[in-house]
Design a binder for this molecule. Structure first.
Ligand code: BMA
Length: 309
C-alpha cells in the first residue's frame, strides 16, 4: 500500500482558483496559523517569471486565494537587483513567535535565497538575502541548537552531485559552519541531485526530513520524494535515509504539465492524530496534498535504510 495517500480530490489548487492571471500554481509552503491553513504558493506569470500567492483553508484541502499576490519581486533596495527574474519555491518555519519564509530569488546574477518574516501573513518584511548564488531549497529548523539557528541547504555543484548541506547562524543573517551531510546515490532514484523539501518535523526518533531526489532519463528528469532522519540534538548527523522513495509522479496531474514528471514538496503539516499532510506541486502546474502516518515514514527510514554516504 502507498505510504502517502493522495487526497481523492487532488489537485487542491490550480490556476483556475486564482483571481489574477497566472499560468501555474505549485510548490506551495503551508502552515497552520491560528487553526487556519495558510498556503504561500508559487505561480508563473504569463511572462514565465514567478510571484508568490496566498491562499487559506479551514481544513487543509479547500483553499481560497487572495485577490492579489502575496509577494512580487522587489522593485527597490538591495532585493530588487536579485529578484528581477522572479521569486520561487517558498518554505515556512515558525520559530520565536514569527514565521520565517525562505524563497529562491532569481536574477541575472543567478539564484540565491531570500528570507522574509511575518507574524500574521498580512504584512511581510524582507529580512536578508541569506546565501550568495547559486543556492536553492533552504529550509530552517523550527528549533535552535546550542543557541544557533540551523538550516538545510543545497548549493550548486559541478564536481559533486548536488547534495544536502547544513549551516548555522546566531542571528538568521550570518550563516556558517557549513557541512555536507547527505549525497545522492549512484544508480538510485535520486542519483542526479537531492534537495531539502519540507522544513524538518520533530519526532521521537529524530528530525524527519522530506526531500526531493532527481533521476535523469532519456525522457528528461523525474522528481520524486524521499525521507531521512536526522539526530534530534545534532541534525548534522543522519540516523538513516530510506532506500525507497515515498512519492513519485503517477497521476495525470503529476505526469503532464508545465514540466512533466514532477512531484516537488515545500511543506508538510503534522496533525494531532499522528498523521502529516504533505503538500507538493504536480508537474510544476498544480498543488496537491496527501496524508501519511509519521510513524510509517520514520519506520521506513529505520527498517529499510540505504547505505550511508
Ligand atoms: C527545480 C526547481 C523547482 C521545480 C523543479 C522541477 O529545479 O525549478 O521549482 O519544481 O525544478 O521543474
Amino acid at each position: 500500500m502507498a505510504i502517502i495517500k493522495r487526497y481523492e480530490k487532488n489537485p487542491v489548487l490550480t490556476k483556475d482558483h486564482v483571481p489574477y492571471e497566472v499560468a501555474t500554481v505549485h510548490n506551495g509552503a503551508v502552515v497552520k496559523h491560528n487553526d487556519i491553513y495558510v498556503m504561500i504558493f508559487r505561480a508563473h506569470r504569463l511572462n514565465g517569471r514567478s510571484v508568490l500567492g496566498k491562499a487559506i483553508s479551514d481544513n487543509g484541502y479547500d483553499f481560497k486565494v487572495d485577490p492579489v499576490p502575496f509577494m512580487t519581486p522587489a522593485t527597490e533596495g538591495v532585493f530588487a537587483e536579485y529578484e528581477e527574474y522572479g521569486i520561487e519555491d517558498p518554505r515556512i518555519t515558525f520559530i520565536d513567535g514569527e514565521y520565517l519564509i525562505t524563497y529562491s530569488a532569481y536574477s541575472k546574477h543567478g539564484v540565491r535565497i531570500g528570507l522574509a518574516k511575518t507574524r500574521d501573513f498580512n504584512t511581510i518584511e524582507r529580512f536578508s538575502l541569506i546565501t550568495q548564488a547559486d543556492y536553492r531549497n533552504v529550509v530552517i529548523f523550527p528549533k535552535k541548537f546550542n543557541g544557533f539557528y540551523a538550516r538545510l541547504d543545497r548549493p550548486h555543484s559541478e564536481i559533486n552531485p548536488w547534495s544536502i548541506w547544513i549551516s548555522y547562524s546566531p542571528d538568521l543573517r550570518y550563516w556558517g559552519d557549513s557541512k555536507l551531510i547527505m549525497k545522492p546515490v549512484t544508480y538510485h532514484w535520486d542519483e542526479m541531485k537531492i534537495g531539502p523539501g519540507a522544513p524538518p518535523i520533530e519526532t521521537k526518533r529524530g528530525w524527519l526530513n522530506i526531500y526531493h531526489g532527481v533521476f535523469p532519463t532519456m525522457d528528461g528528469s523525474v522528481y520524486r520524494l524521499g525521507v531521512a532522519l536526522h539526530e534530534l540534538k545534532d541534525p548534522s548527523k543522519i540516523v538513516a535515509v530510506a532506500d525507497e522513495w515515498i512519492l513519485q509522479p503517477e497521476e495525470i496531474y503529476e505526469i503532464t504539465g508545465y514540466v512533466h514528471n514532477v512531484v516537488f514538496c515545500c511543506a508538510a503539516v503534522p496533525e494531532n492524530d499522528g498523521k502529516v499532510k504533505i503538500y507538493w506541486g504536480g508537474a510544476d502546474t498544480v498543488m496537491c496534498v496527501g496524508t501519511a502516518n509519521i510513524d510509517d515514514l520514520v519506520s521506513l527510514c529505520l527498517n529499510k535504510p540505504r547505505k550511508p554516504c
